[in-house]
Ligand binder design. Sequence first.
Ligand code: SAM
Length: 344
Amino acid sequence: MNKALSLDEIIIMSDTELHKELIDPFGRRVEYVRLSVTDKCNMRCFYCIPKGFTDFEEPENWLTFDEVERLMSIFADLGVRRVRLTGGEPLVRKNLPELAARLSAIPGIEDLSLSTNASLLSEHATALKDAGISRINVSLDSLRHERFKEITGGKLQTVLDGLQAAKSAGLSPVKINVVAMKGLNDDEFESIVDYCLENDFTLRFIETMPMGSTGKDATDYYYDLQQLKKRLKKRFSLIPGMMPGGGPARYFQVEGTELRIGFITPISQHFCETCNRVRVSVNGTLYLCLGQNDKVELRPLLRDGSTDEQIRKAIVAALALKPMRHEFKDEPGQIVRIMSQTGG
Ligand code: SAM
């Protein structure tokens, strides 16, 4: 006859059995981590990092590569299948390809991708591809040199060169991210579509989100992407399409071409009901939502001798804090941290 289990044994068993997956209180399964490897950036997009901002995380608080690898292994064990490296600008973190190789070797991680401004890609594209990065997202808000400098503080040519290097290295798909801004780049959207058509890039437009005090009120230059859809339909025949990747964009395909155009609409049509992600910042803070303040500090656990099982339980417990949705539209002032502190 089987021995009856004690209550403690049952609790321990159900903990392990039940928590093979990360399911939040709203039944959403989290299988995607956006992992910030630095909060620093070599550009200064005005909507992301305010001019003169110096409050960057101290290096001793950056998760080390060993800590990141351990943490992502625990996440993988909990069902996370996709990891995106982001920042700040991830390529300013030294030896990023080494970290990428370590993460792509973790059993369970099926998809390792990168968000970058591409300015340092010419040097690193091949090493990143060899390290297991499958695909990249690149920010590109303007194709005009002067304007690009005004918006980002960076040099457009380095980005265009980086994009060609990504193509040559075989990174695919390359997705171009354009933050749509009224009065700032809204006269360029059709030319950016043409550029993506010529280069076989996927294109996504993003509505600006109010994140931290960047010195400008995001509502002043907000561009409603529902309007852009109508506008592009005048010149291009857009048919509803799909794109692998598990992200929030709603895609259309330009008929007769391979080009897909995605619309990421956190303000005009939020997509929180399908949210499948959490974010880990460079200092090991687990953010449950980009647009809310709910968080759990994981760095202390990684440094105080906690076991993997204890960290696993902390992550599972944290998931109970995942909010139903962000409130960028109704409460635009509530997120005080800037985008690069969370990991965009
Ligand atoms: N440096 C990398 C890059 O340029 O893609 C990764 C980090 S960046 C914060 C990630 C994305 O967030 C970029 O596409 C950027 O344009 C976007 N972003 C930053 N601040 C934003 C905001 N307030 N609203 C909408 N998108 C924003």
